[in-house]
Design a protein around this ligand. Structure first.
Ligand code: NAD
Ligand code: UGA
Length: 462
């Protein structure tokens, strides 16, 4: 099938950047990104400095292709109707209630997409799973499309996304691989060929890998699990280093020089954040249990447990070094995004560290270069709501919370401890000598990324 119009349902961190790159590389295809959230669509159509997703290089592409062959619209039905190919790039968070709550992926958004496509489609469509999904979800989608559809033919492809936030544009341009899973029927192969044609506009053919649908779906979960496993592994060794006097940076370098292991994803931290690693591993654990693979489930669950341990260990280190007395003490948190170069704070370690310090009565001041006060408060409230905290406790903690626009000045003004959690480059450039000296060597600095350029007995590494 020759593709002239693409619809992408979901204008988020995946849908926005991915479709912008497709539109740029395929000028003959009209790409429309739709979303049920009208504010998001308005923002995508608005000021380039205020796009809903911050990614280096993104606004330049949007400027180039927006309203030429890339459109953002709230008219979901019209875009489905007009398109030969529909990407589903909606969120698949961890289920909050019902069977599998706290572990399984919530497929209500993906199922709603399938229902919408079934209702609207009057001609054959290729439906592409872009969201990260449990293995065998395509079966469920097919069932919805065929039982609720208008007797048109739907081909379902799995095409998981491997971009990382903060480097999304460069990842999309130079993907290590593009994965396309399809059935082996003639029509399915032809649908896969249409998608291969799109990607081959800029991705070398040898990097486009075709597999069966289940391998493709499971490869995505497996890739995230293995990446996260490396972080939990190095973080577990950071705890060992602290006990033994070994240096985690030296360890990381020594391990990574083995070509069989490689240097990437061996940076210690306060634990991985982001919307995907934790939820995808929990989903994998759930699936393993579903298939009766309890040992496999426990193996992967440990990756998330070590991540929680690392967040708690970092927070406890701050508390212990303040002699357990943090009530009314001023603590500054540097960084709220889950990683640098992103405006995303979902599952950021900063949320957990801050909530714990506030619960013990500390006065916590937060700064992030991209994430503003309203989002920080929303994130804290979401966690408190999940932990069923009472309103009076929430208000008490919010009274002790402040957001600062002037981090260096705030730190210099009577701070007991600084916790650096996000690896923003600008934090390295602060005048740390002045900060230590002005406090009469009293301030404690907890470098949760090991990025500060100076060594000092009051700077604690992770
Ligand atoms: P997101 O929350 O940023 O965006 C999802 C969007 O879908 C939201 O704007 C939401 O309003 C919209 N939506 C939900 N249901 C809808 C419906 N029925 N109709 C129309 N719009 C609907 O999510 P994201 O971070 O872009 O992630 C999307 C998927 O991609 C997830 O499955 C995620 O695991 C996967 N993924 C994410 C990343 C990443 O870096 N964020 C990378 C690879 C894969
Ligand atoms: C991750 C994967 O890297 C992507 O391939 C995948 O597509 C995506 O998840 C997804 O499915 O959503 P992302 O979460 O955006 O991408 O960012 P990462 O660079 O993987 O970082 C995740 C977290 O791990 C961040 O908090 C980061 O600071 C932390 N991290 C990363 C470390 O602590 N140490 C490292 O060595 C690397």
């Amino acid at each position: 099938m020759k593709i002239k119009n693409i619809c992408c349902i979901g204008a988020g961190y995946v849908g926005g950047p991915t479709m912008a790159v497709i539109a740029l590389n395929c000028p003959k295809i009209n790409v429309t990104v739709v979303d049920s959230n009208p504010n998001k669509i308005r923002a995508w159509n608005g000021d380039l400095e205020k796009l809903p997703v911050f990614e280096p290089g993104l606004k330049e592409i949007i400027k180039n292709v927006r309203n030429k062959n890339l459109f953002f619209s709230s008219d979901i039905d019209k875009s489905i109707d007009l398109s030969e190919m529909i990407f589903m790039a909606v969120n698949t968070p961890t289920k909050e209630s019902g069977v599998g709550a706290g572990m399984a992926a919530d497929l209500k958004y993906i199922e709603a997409c399938a229902r919408n496509i079934a209702k609207v489609a009057k001609s054959d469509k290729i439906v592409v799973e872009k969201s990260t999904l449990p293995v065998r979800t395509a079966e469920k989608i097919k069932e919805i499309l065929d039982s609720e559809g208008n007797d048109v033919n739907f081909e379902i492809l799995s095409n998981p996304e491997f971009l990382a936030e903060g480097t999304a544009i460069q990842d999309l341009f130079k993907s290590d691989r593009v994965l396309i899973g399809s059935d082996s029927t003639k029509t399915a192969k032809s649908a896969a060929k249409s998608l291969i044609e799109i990607y081959s506009s800029w991705i070398p053919k040898k990097k486009i890998l075709t597999t069966n649908v289940w391998s493709s779906e499971l490869s995505k979960l497996a890739s995230n699990a293995m990446l996260a496993q490396r972080i939990s592994s190095i973080n577990s060794f950071s705890a060992m280093c602290e006990k033994t006097g070994a240096d985690i940076k030296e360890l990381s370098k020594a391990i990574g020089l083995d070509r069989r292991i490689g240097p990437k994803f061996l940076e210690p931290s306060v634990g991985f954040g982001g919307s995907c690693f934790q939820k995808d591993i929990l989903n994998l654990v759930y699936l393993c249990k579903h298939y009766g693979l309890y040992e496999v489930a426990e193996y992967w669950h440990q990756v998330v447990k070590i991540n929680d341990y690392q967040k708690n260990r970092f927070t406890q280190k701050i508390i212990d070094n303040l002699d357990g007395k943090i009530k009314q003490k001023k603590i500054v948190i540097l960084g709220w995004a889950f990683k640098s170069n992103s405006n995303d704070s979902r599952e950021s370690a900063s949320i957990h560290v801050t909530a714990k310090l506030l619960s013990l009565g500390a006065n916590v001041h937060v700064f992030d270069p991209l994430i503003k006060k309203t989002q920080v408060i929303l994130d804290l409230k979401k966690l408190w709501k999940k932990n069923t905290l009472e309103k009076k406790d929430i208000n008490r903690m919010l009274n002790n919370f402040k957001y600062t626009e002037y981090p260096q000045e705030t730190i210099l003004d009577g701070t007991a401890a600084v916790a650096l959690i996000t690896d923003w480059n600008e934090f390295k450039k602060y005048d740390w000598n002045k900060i230590v000296n002005q406090s009469n060597n009293k301030i404690l600095i907890f470098d949760g990324r090991n990025i500060l350029p100076l060594k000092h007995k009051r700077i604690f590494k992770i």
